[in-house]
Design a protein around this ligand. Structure first.
Ligand code: NAP
Length: 212
């Protein structure tokens, strides 16, 4: 058992489970009501976590702007410090944190620090990526007690595959896309419990908890 933060998985998907039409490019999926609900959920978390590929493709701001509420602290999983130096995220000044591997280049790390980005180096797995258990420990040690994991596909898949999540808030939008979807490896179907389906304009949000 990891002494980590509370983890909420949150993303938007099509009827056929896709999170974007083409990997590496954002596809706007959520309508105004579900976007607002996502910001509301964000405002109730102390951290918001994404993978470096989402940072590169979407250039997200990860702040709370559609409702009133505090901004969560952004956390980026980026093993080799491939994050661009000119992201909109750094300009938000919400004390972003990059979690990278021990051998990530020193030079780039200094450039990020100059932009107010905190860098933490973690033990890596055989693929050179920080271990999820270490990531969650580090997030908690950084004072973040609740984190919203917002994507993309690889990051969502890792959390589901390793069973390291507590709640999910998934927006389903009424279209088919035949695009890119998370593909967790799980030995058997995972059922959410305490489920609520919330209609939000043309979308519906499925909110539930992991069965213990
Ligand atoms: N619909 C939605 O709600 C939504 C939300 C977010 C993103 N998206 C879309 O998703 C796409 C990006 O997803 P993606 O799957 O390509 O990339 P991603 O999940 O955003 O980032 C994956 C990268 O994160 C790094 N990483 C570090 N530690 C990891 C770990 N333990 N597990 C997994 N990844 C780890 C890896 O790069 P390194 O090895 O270099 O560290 C990995 O390649 C974009 O097209 C974006 O538009 C959609």
């Amino acid at each position: 058992m990891i002494d980590g933060p509370l983890v909420t998985l949150s993303y938007a998907q099509s009827l056929d489970g896709c999170i974007t039409a083409k990997r590496g490019r954002p596809t706007p999926l959520s309508g105004p009501e579900s976007s607002e609900a996502t910001h509301l959920i964000r405002s109730h978390h102390e951290g918001v976590l994404i993978g470096v590929k989402t940072l590169i493709s979407d250039d997200p701001r990860l702040n709370v702007r559609l409702v009133q509420g505090p901004h969560p602290r952004p956390v980026i999983l980026d093993s080799n410090l491939n994050s661009p130096l000119d992201c909109r995220l750094w300009a938000e000044n919400n004390h972003p944190l990059i979690l990278c591997g021990k051998s990530a280049p020193d030079e780039k790390s200094k450039e990020f620090q100059g932009k107010g980005v905190e860098i933490r180096r973690l033990e890596t797995d055989t693929h050179g990526r920080p271990l999820l258990s270490e990531i969650l420990r580090e997030v908690k040690d950084s004072g973040i007690d609740s984190v919203m994991v917002e994507g993309g596909g690889e990051v969502i898949s890792s959390f589901i595959t390793e069973g390291l999540w507590d709640r999910a808030a998934i927006t389903v939008t009424p279209c088919w896309m035949s695009g890119y979807k998370p593909e967790p490896i799980i030995p058997r179907p995972i059922q959410l419990c305490h489920v609520t389906w919330i209609p939000l304009g043309g979308d519906v949000m499925c909110v539930g908890e992991r069965m213990s």
